[in-house]
Unconditional design. Structure first.
Length: 200
């Protein structure tokens, strides 16, 4: 979904793109293939090494940094920010996730990282710059849109897709239903892309 949204953005050649929570670097590499200048960030050292290896194998110039969200790029600005953050509500949400769970666990409401992106991304966007963020409907896309609008961005959900539960949701399906986050008969998760633009 996020790759499709990236392809739809009319960015100028050489635009500066930031991919936060890059993981293996798949989105960063797609942006680099389109000729953009790409910076990728991840909090996981393993993810950073995987992204660097993938960039070398693909022979694509991607600047890859280790750090927590926007910390490694403070003071910089970008034409586009891509974000595929953790967004799954977690039963032990009061504790910060560790290890591989950092890629999906996002507090008891799924917004542990999404809220921080909403607060901090606007200051890194250039005028006319765009944030593209993917999240689950379980973690409140309307709240995301509202927070981004409160920061002065034009924001809306631009894409929706329903998918079968993955292993993480299957593993906590009962808990999600008990909390009322998942209706009794629902057997698919809805993912959305939120697009937010800083007016010129």
């Amino acid at each position: 979904m996020l790759a499709g949204a990236l392809f739809d953005e009319p960015l100028p050649p050489g635009a500066e793109v930031l991919d936060v929570g890059t993981g293996t670097g798949a989105l960063a590499l797609e942006a680099a293939r389109q000729g953009f200048r790409v910076t990728a960030v991840d909090v996981s050292r393993r993810a950073v090494w995987a992204a660097r290896l993938n960039a070398v194998r693909a022979r694509l110039p991607v600047r890859i940094r280790h750090g927590n969200l926007f910390d490694p790029v403070r003071g910089e600005s970008f034409d586009l920010i891509l974000a595929n953050p953790p967004y799954v509500p977690a039963p032990d949400g009061a504790r910060r996730p560790r290890g591989a769970a950092r890629a999906w666990d996002a507090g008891d409401d799924g917004r542990l990282v999404v809220d921080r992106i909403c607060r901090e991304a606007p200051e890194l966007l250039r005028p006319g710059g765009v944030l593209l963020l993917v999240q689950s409907a379980l973690s409140g896309p309307d709240l995301t849109v509202g927070q981004l609008r409160s920061s002065g961005l034009k924001a809306a959900v631009t894409c929706r897709r329903r998918i079968a539960f993955g292993p993480v949701l299957r593993g906590r399906e009962r808990w999600l239903r008990e909390r009322g986050l998942l209706p009794p008969a629902e057997d698919k998760e809805e993912l959305v892309v939120v697009r937010a633009e800083l007016p010129v």
